[in-house]
Design a protein around this ligand. Sequence first.
Ligand code: UD1
Ligand code: CA
Length: 466
Amino acid sequence: MRDIHVVILAAGKGTRMKSALPKVLHRVAGLPMIDHVLGAAATLSPRTTTVVIGFSPDAMRAALASHPGLSVVVQEPQLGTGHALLTTEPLLRHATGTLVLLSGDVPLLSPKTLQTLVDRQTASGAAATVITAVVDQPFGYGRVIRSGQSGEQIAKIVEERDATPAEREIREINSGIYAFALDGLFDLARTLTAKTAQGEYYVTDLVARCVEHGRVVTAFTVSDPDEVRGINSRGQLAEVSRIVRNQKTAELMAAGVTIEDPATAYIDRHVTIGADTIIHPGVFLEGLTTIGAGCEIHSGVRIVDSQIGDRVTVLNHCVITDSRVADAARVGPFAHLRNEADVREQARVGNFVEIKKSSLGVGSKANHHAYLGDATIGANVNIGAGTITCNYDGVKKHRTVIEDGAFIGSDTQLVAPVTVGKGAYVGSGSTVRHNVPPGALAVSAGKQRNLEGWADKKKKKLKTEN
Ligand code: UD1
Ligand code: CA
């Protein structure tokens, strides 16, 4: 097998995005554009992968840091795609085999298409193979000018701005994805000349250069043009995100998930969902979220990087981030689980309950208005309405421990660090500053006094004053 070297062009600013963020860092269906491209490239198991960066290099380096084994070269100034390819010459001068040139702004390319590109390039012995597509609206793309007896070769690629009216009618476009034979590639690339007033070099001109040198360039036309959609504007960003989401919801439905309204389900690419789970309209499932089987996720719920077990119900308008909810638990409506909240089997979390860095044990309940932060709560505990763990002393966070079977009365403050023992009771309205032994009752509110007739006297007094 021949070596594969991948180069990803990502140095451009993306002027048409009108953004301070480099274009390839804008998110497509929740993931930076460049991550989609890197993911597809990795499936080729290339010998090297090089990303050409330029605009906003610090932001780019930071975004690429999570991908080990990449080479990064800086193109400065950014003088076009041909110039960008040339910046990789010092790294790849002695490389042999195939160079797969990808564009950081073409994120939907499938691994299968990439593999076919490489296979065709290797089998044909051509100087280059270009992925093309036939589209209804070719505006903005380079047009493919075919040659050869039955048009199986490419003579050149003409950019929109240089195209004649007749060439603009051509609906076969250049995807910006190519496989090149490395042999002699950089010698040819060095012969490119600047095409625009800004001194830009087009990688697309390499096609004509190859042909001038008597070498063959072939096309590989993909059947699904959506795969090679390029993103130059916010409108295209939204369209491509929609394509990814449609693919995702279609896959999930095929695997037995009910999605009541796929048009309003925002489900990121890496989310997994078990069979017979029902997703109501307007649900957001993001990042590395997993959802088990037989769950029901109601409208207005957002779940990010969290694990939801089987047969879980999440009622309307919950926000769950970096958390776990175990089998048969019920959460919501209006609950907020964040930062390692861990809701165990059959537990219940009701409205206006916030849980942070805390576990709520098997079968335990916190049904109304509570803040549970930095707490370890055992099994079958009842957390009354208005319970607050006072976990922060202004400098440090402290833990609250509530053991199995304890009952915390409504409107209780638990001043951490503090432990409520197994089976203990805390009376309503208590401020718990000291540990409660197992089986004890803690009450801290003062003794109640009733002033007989007070209200009647008060009202009379007010009336005489008026
Ligand atoms: C390019 C192609 C066009 C093709 C289209 C497909 C050229 C001249 N034209 O046009 O034929 O139909 O892609 O989507 O190649 N980049 C750099 N350095 C630069 C300029 C660009 O790294 O100096 C990167 C960009 O960050 C981007 C990619 O190259 O990821 C493509 O650049 P872009 O300006 O978007 O090219 P298009 O006009 O879309
Ligand atoms: Ca582009």
